[in-house]
Design a protein around this ligand. Structure first.
Ligand code: ZN
Length: 165
């Protein structure tokens, strides 16, 4: 079964900054140490460039895909720093450069710690992969039809998907 809109795909991925392998730098993130990712195609659940590269592939396919920043997490934007009271970080030991997830009015958001003061912390609100041209290595594990309910909700239900309380 081919990957197209309203189908559910399970896949493994490893993402690196483009050219990182050649420079001997490590990957940024991989699913290889956990369960594959499960997503519903055609509902904005993954970055557009990766979704495009997956179209028409099928279970068992392995491929590499170059995704430019504007098709991934967007360009890096200056001036996206914010000063946040330290208490919002709980007991976490903070270090500059570290990535943490903050609960915001817009839902959870990954931020990068810039500077740690006595009572406040400066964070960079850009996505950690913003401004980066990326390379994905992908292995398609399986592909199935989405249920009508999944299509209506715009996300996957069941194993590895969304659970409604
Ligand atoms: Zn749902």
């Amino acid at each position: 079964m081919k990957i197209e809109k309203d189908r559910v795909v399970r896949f493994h991925y490893t993402v690196s900054e483009r050219g990182a392998h050649a420079r001997g730098e490590p990957s940024l993130e991989t699913s290889r140490d956990r369960e594959p990712l499960v997503i519903l195609i055609g509902h904005g659940n993954i970055i557009p460039g990766l979704e495009k590269a997956m179209m028409d592939r099928q279970a068992g396919d392995s491929f590499g895909a170059d995704v430019a920043a504007n098709e991934a997490y967007g360009e890096y934007r200056e001036g996206l720093s914010q000063r946040i009271p330290k208490k919002h970080f709980g007991g976490t030991q903070l270090k500059p450069g570290m990535q943490v997830v903050l609960q915001t009015n817009f839902g959870p958001r990954a931020v990068t710690i810039q500077k740690i003061g006595h009572s406040v912390v400066d964070v960079d609100l850009n996505h950690p992969m913003a401004g980066k041209d990326l390379h994905f290595d992908v292995e398609i594990v399986d592909v199935r039809e989405a249920s009508p309910e999944e299509v209506e909700h715009g996300h996957v239900h069941g194993d590895g998907g969304h659970h409604h309380g």
